[in-house]
Design a protein around this ligand. Sequence first.
Ligand SMILES: [Zn+2]
Length: 262
Amino acid sequence: MQGRYFDIGVNLTHESFENDYKNVIKSAFENSVDRICLTGTSIEDSKKCIEITKKFHGNLISTVGIHPHYADNFDKSSRLMLKKLALNENVKAIGETGLDFNRNFSSKEKQIESFHAHIEIANDLDMPMFLHQRDAHKVFIKCINEIKIKPKAVVHCFTGDISELEEYLNMDLFIGVTGWLCDPVRGKDLEKAIVEIPLSKLMIETDSPYLLPKNLKVKGRRNEPKFLPEIFNKVVSLRSETSEEIQHQIYLNSLNFFNLNE
Ligand SMILES: [Zn+2]
């Protein structure tokens, strides 16, 4: 697995990829990003993700879940549907779920209800969780303490400071790092936190098409999985281990996290 990258979070069903998603995946492969996890953000979206993974069997996997932005749509039937979709062989995690009190596109109550339900599903099926948290750290921790997550879980797109990081690590959570790290202004806290993440808990992701690394000058500003090495290089520049060591361990972490074989 030397020289390879695993992008653990790509929103490939985003409209900006509609016309060329196959080429986007091809370019990712050409840039050594050979494993990609698609992020399911609603029932419909999760179904689309599964369909795409079938076209790239072995290299693409998917999560199924309802993003906190859409938690207002969560109900009993979505719980059953998520469970059913999760049984697909290319589905390797439950999410994205969690809390987003930054924009509150859904009510806080529904976000919490949906998050709880996702934890229960993951526990029932013994599947890892893909978690999102923005401006909701305290309640997020409370939710996880109320219903313990039994399988592994990753806090994707971690943008917090060292104290938040410590709480996550104490809860045995994995940390997903995006191009946020490459932002000289917004990434300051994360730059300090990145060295405190045990290498065994670290994974990287582009969160495409969002969060294009700031140092890249790209027409259209669309982020793509092929840019994952930019994030990797930034991680390497801040940590003490060798590039080879970091690359190997992050890839291995990601395979193990999603219960994949090499
Ligand atoms: Zn997210």
